[in-house]
Design a protein around this ligand. Structure first.
Ligand SMILES: Cc1cn([C@H]2C[C@H](O)[C@@H](COP(=O)(O)OP(=O)(O)OP(=O)(O)O)O2)c(=O)[nH]c1=O
Length: 190
Protein backbone atom coordinates (compact mmCIF):
# COMPACT_ATOMS: atom_id res chain seq x y z
CA UNK A 1 0.00 0.00 0.00
CA UNK A 2 1.31 3.43 -0.89
CA UNK A 3 1.82 5.81 2.02
CA UNK A 4 0.17 9.19 1.78
CA UNK A 5 2.81 11.90 1.85
CA UNK A 6 2.20 15.64 1.91
CA UNK A 7 3.18 17.64 -1.15
CA UNK A 8 6.03 19.88 -0.07
CA UNK A 9 6.88 23.45 -0.93
CA UNK A 10 10.65 23.61 -0.50
CA UNK A 11 11.74 27.12 0.50
CA UNK A 12 15.36 26.53 -0.49
CA UNK A 13 17.73 27.11 -3.38
CA UNK A 14 20.20 24.55 -2.02
CA UNK A 15 20.85 21.75 -4.55
CA UNK A 16 21.83 19.46 -1.66
CA UNK A 17 18.46 19.88 0.08
CA UNK A 18 16.65 19.20 -3.21
CA UNK A 19 18.65 16.03 -3.77
CA UNK A 20 18.09 14.74 -0.23
CA UNK A 21 14.32 15.40 -0.39
CA UNK A 22 14.16 13.60 -3.74
CA UNK A 23 16.00 10.65 -2.27
CA UNK A 24 13.57 10.65 0.69
CA UNK A 25 10.79 10.14 -1.85
CA UNK A 26 8.86 13.38 -1.44
CA UNK A 27 7.22 15.35 -4.23
CA UNK A 28 7.93 19.04 -3.98
CA UNK A 29 7.94 22.38 -5.73
CA UNK A 30 10.55 25.01 -4.99
CA UNK A 31 9.26 28.38 -3.79
CA UNK A 32 11.80 31.13 -3.27
CA UNK A 33 11.89 34.47 -1.55
CA UNK A 34 15.04 36.32 -0.50
CA UNK A 35 15.30 36.55 3.26
CA UNK A 36 17.72 38.71 5.24
CA UNK A 37 19.45 36.16 7.46
CA UNK A 38 19.70 38.28 10.59
CA UNK A 39 18.55 37.44 14.11
CA UNK A 40 18.15 39.13 17.52
CA UNK A 41 21.52 39.73 19.20
CA UNK A 42 20.40 38.21 22.48
CA UNK A 43 19.17 34.98 20.87
CA UNK A 44 21.21 31.99 22.15
CA UNK A 45 23.42 30.96 19.22
CA UNK A 46 22.18 27.36 19.17
CA UNK A 47 18.65 28.67 18.50
CA UNK A 48 19.66 30.70 15.42
CA UNK A 49 19.06 27.90 12.85
CA UNK A 50 15.48 27.33 14.08
CA UNK A 51 14.84 31.08 14.06
CA UNK A 52 16.15 31.46 10.49
CA UNK A 53 14.35 28.32 9.24
CA UNK A 54 11.11 29.79 10.61
CA UNK A 55 11.85 33.13 8.97
CA UNK A 56 12.51 31.42 5.59
CA UNK A 57 9.23 29.45 5.89
CA UNK A 58 7.13 32.47 6.91
CA UNK A 59 8.51 34.46 3.95
CA UNK A 60 6.77 32.10 1.50
CA UNK A 61 3.61 31.32 3.49
CA UNK A 62 1.54 33.09 0.78
CA UNK A 63 2.07 29.95 -1.37
CA UNK A 64 0.28 27.70 1.12
CA UNK A 65 -2.89 25.86 0.20
CA UNK A 66 -4.72 22.87 1.67
CA UNK A 67 -2.64 19.67 1.73
CA UNK A 68 0.69 21.43 1.19
CA UNK A 69 3.55 21.82 3.66
CA UNK A 70 6.38 24.33 3.44
CA UNK A 71 9.83 23.03 4.39
CA UNK A 72 12.57 25.54 5.18
CA UNK A 73 15.94 24.91 6.74
CA UNK A 74 19.11 26.65 7.92
CA UNK A 75 22.57 25.32 8.74
CA UNK A 76 25.23 27.01 10.87
CA UNK A 77 28.66 26.03 12.12
CA UNK A 78 29.13 26.91 15.79
CA UNK A 79 32.31 26.78 17.86
CA UNK A 80 32.18 28.15 21.39
CA UNK A 81 29.93 31.18 21.05
CA UNK A 82 31.03 32.00 17.49
CA UNK A 83 28.84 31.33 14.48
CA UNK A 84 30.70 30.69 11.23
CA UNK A 85 28.47 31.65 8.34
CA UNK A 86 29.24 31.38 4.63
CA UNK A 87 32.61 33.01 3.92
CA UNK A 88 32.54 36.45 2.32
CA UNK A 89 35.69 35.97 0.26
CA UNK A 90 38.96 34.00 -0.01
CA UNK A 91 40.51 35.63 3.09
CA UNK A 92 37.40 34.95 5.15
CA UNK A 93 37.34 31.28 4.08
CA UNK A 94 41.04 30.90 5.02
CA UNK A 95 40.43 32.55 8.41
CA UNK A 96 37.43 30.32 9.19
CA UNK A 97 39.19 27.08 8.24
CA UNK A 98 42.33 28.10 10.18
CA UNK A 99 40.16 28.58 13.27
CA UNK A 100 38.32 25.25 12.83
CA UNK A 101 41.56 23.33 12.11
CA UNK A 102 42.42 20.70 14.75
CA UNK A 103 39.31 21.43 16.82
CA UNK A 104 35.77 20.19 17.39
CA UNK A 105 32.77 22.25 16.28
CA UNK A 106 29.01 21.79 16.03
CA UNK A 107 26.93 21.87 12.88
CA UNK A 108 23.35 22.79 13.71
CA UNK A 109 20.54 22.54 11.18
CA UNK A 110 17.14 24.04 11.97
CA UNK A 111 14.00 22.94 10.13
CA UNK A 112 10.56 24.55 9.92
CA UNK A 113 7.49 22.72 8.58
CA UNK A 114 4.54 25.00 8.00
CA UNK A 115 1.00 24.27 6.78
CA UNK A 116 -2.26 26.20 6.96
CA UNK A 117 -3.03 24.34 10.20
CA UNK A 118 0.26 24.20 12.05
CA UNK A 119 3.95 24.93 12.38
CA UNK A 120 6.59 22.49 13.62
CA UNK A 121 10.15 23.66 14.29
CA UNK A 122 13.11 21.55 15.38
CA UNK A 123 16.85 21.29 15.00
CA UNK A 124 19.57 18.68 14.89
CA UNK A 125 23.15 18.94 16.15
CA UNK A 126 26.20 17.06 14.92
CA UNK A 127 29.74 17.35 16.32
CA UNK A 128 32.57 17.39 13.80
CA UNK A 129 36.20 16.64 14.73
CA UNK A 130 38.70 18.28 12.37
CA UNK A 131 42.29 17.06 12.04
CA UNK A 132 44.90 19.83 11.78
CA UNK A 133 44.85 21.49 8.33
CA UNK A 134 47.95 23.37 7.17
CA UNK A 135 47.73 26.80 5.55
CA UNK A 136 48.95 25.26 2.30
CA UNK A 137 46.13 22.70 2.43
CA UNK A 138 43.56 25.38 3.23
CA UNK A 139 44.78 27.44 0.26
CA UNK A 140 44.49 24.36 -1.99
CA UNK A 141 40.98 23.53 -0.72
CA UNK A 142 39.53 27.02 -0.97
CA UNK A 143 40.97 27.65 -4.45
CA UNK A 144 39.93 24.26 -5.84
CA UNK A 145 36.51 23.85 -4.19
CA UNK A 146 35.39 27.49 -3.71
CA UNK A 147 33.29 26.78 -0.59
CA UNK A 148 31.58 30.19 -0.63
CA UNK A 149 28.05 28.78 -0.43
CA UNK A 150 28.85 26.58 2.56
CA UNK A 151 28.43 27.44 6.24
CA UNK A 152 31.86 27.20 7.93
CA UNK A 153 33.60 27.36 4.51
CA UNK A 154 33.59 23.62 3.94
CA UNK A 155 31.48 20.76 2.66
CA UNK A 156 31.73 17.37 4.31
CA UNK A 157 30.93 15.93 0.85
CA UNK A 158 34.24 17.21 -0.58
CA UNK A 159 37.98 17.00 0.14
CA UNK A 160 37.74 18.20 3.75
CA UNK A 161 35.29 15.41 4.58
CA UNK A 162 37.51 12.79 3.01
CA UNK A 163 40.89 14.03 4.18
CA UNK A 164 40.38 16.02 7.35
CA UNK A 165 37.33 14.88 9.30
CA UNK A 166 38.44 12.41 11.96
CA UNK A 167 35.04 11.72 13.43
CA UNK A 168 31.46 12.92 13.44
CA UNK A 169 29.01 12.48 16.28
CA UNK A 170 25.55 12.76 14.76
CA UNK A 171 23.86 12.39 11.40
CA UNK A 172 25.93 12.90 8.23
CA UNK A 173 23.03 14.36 6.22
CA UNK A 174 22.32 16.88 8.92
CA UNK A 175 25.81 18.29 8.26
CA UNK A 176 25.09 18.33 4.52
CA UNK A 177 22.06 20.51 5.32
CA UNK A 178 19.00 18.36 6.07
CA UNK A 179 18.46 16.01 9.05
CA UNK A 180 16.60 13.52 6.86
CA UNK A 181 15.57 11.04 9.53
CA UNK A 182 14.03 13.73 11.74
CA UNK A 183 12.38 15.37 8.70
CA UNK A 184 10.87 12.07 7.58
CA UNK A 185 9.65 11.36 11.10
CA UNK A 186 8.11 14.82 11.53
CA UNK A 187 6.38 14.67 8.15
CA UNK A 188 5.04 11.19 8.86
CA UNK A 189 3.37 12.58 11.98
CA UNK A 190 2.45 15.98 10.58
C1 LIG B 1 28.85 22.37 7.00
C2 LIG B 1 28.28 22.13 5.64
C3 LIG B 1 27.37 23.01 5.08
N1 LIG B 1 26.86 22.77 3.83
C4 LIG B 1 25.88 23.70 3.24
C5 LIG B 1 24.44 23.39 3.61
C6 LIG B 1 23.74 24.67 3.27
O1 LIG B 1 23.34 24.64 1.90
C7 LIG B 1 24.81 25.74 3.46
C8 LIG B 1 24.45 26.62 4.62
O2 LIG B 1 23.65 27.67 4.18
P1 LIG B 1 22.10 27.85 4.47
O3 LIG B 1 21.86 29.31 4.69
O4 LIG B 1 21.63 26.89 5.53
O5 LIG B 1 21.39 27.37 3.12
P2 LIG B 1 21.51 27.89 1.63
O6 LIG B 1 21.70 29.37 1.60
O7 LIG B 1 22.53 27.05 0.91
O8 LIG B 1 20.10 27.51 1.03
P3 LIG B 1 18.65 28.06 1.43
O9 LIG B 1 18.76 29.14 2.48
O10 LIG B 1 18.06 28.55 0.14
O11 LIG B 1 17.93 26.83 1.94
O12 LIG B 1 26.03 25.04 3.68
C9 LIG B 1 27.25 21.64 3.09
O13 LIG B 1 26.81 21.42 1.97
N2 LIG B 1 28.14 20.77 3.64
C10 LIG B 1 28.69 20.95 4.88
O14 LIG B 1 29.50 20.11 5.32
Amino acid sequence: MQRIKPHLLLASKSPRRKQLLNELGFDFDVVLQDVVEDFPEDLPKAQVPEFLAQKKAQAVRGHLEKGKVILASDTIVLMGDTIYHKPKDYEDAVRILSELSGKVHQVITGVCLLSLEKEVVFSDVAKVHFAPISLEEIDFYVKKFQPYDKAGAYAIQEWIGLAKIQKIEGAYNSIVGLPTQKVYDALSNF
